[in-house]
Design a protein around this ligand. Sequence first.
Ligand code: DX5
Ligand code: ZN
Length: 215
Amino acid sequence: MPIIAPSLLASNFLRLEDECKMINQSEAEWFHLDVMDGRFVPNISFGLPVIEHIRTATTKVLDVHLMIEEPEKYAEAFAKAGANILSVHIETCRNLHRNIQQIKALGMKAGVAVNPHTPIHLLVDIIEDIDLVNLMSVNPGFGGQKFIPYTLTKIKQLSALIKERGVQVDIEIDGGVTIDNAKSIINAGATVLVAGNTVFKSTNPIDTIAALRKL
Ligand code: DX5
Ligand code: ZN
């Protein structure tokens, strides 16, 4: 069964405590937290103080997706804020291997996020060092965009690479996941589904999370 990671970006920020309670009661195992800096992506979301508060509202896994330049400057602060998994974008890291070691030394699981234009073969020399690949299925920066179909090919390529190396690496699909396309995404080899609008804009988010999980 896939891990479901609701993206808080689509939640009602005025009622964040209730939204956290809802996810706590659901079958979702992770909270997906999208941090944006207005430089790497053309949008600004939320940051450390919000995540510190979310940490007090749940014991579930906090999966932090950094869409920021120079993520190495902030890794320690996100560890202190309570992140369990920290993903950095390959496109922002000139010393990716060093950044991954830093994240792991801080006690977090390390993820690498890749944009839709970034080929899977760029991961061949880092795949054995990481816990997760966040395969972006939309261009990062906004919720509610349409799933890019070519992502299915990239999931298969990544899945083959992971099998070939015999490593345990989660494949997380981020952007445009719906009840209609989730099955094909899982069949291609994804192990984690991020879902923002599909969960938070549905009439019954808890049922929607359960439905995504059982597909
Ligand atoms: C986009 C973010 C996603 C986003 C997904 O930059 O990384 O996590 O919140 O939202 P939906 O599921 O609505 O496409
Ligand atoms: Zn994300």
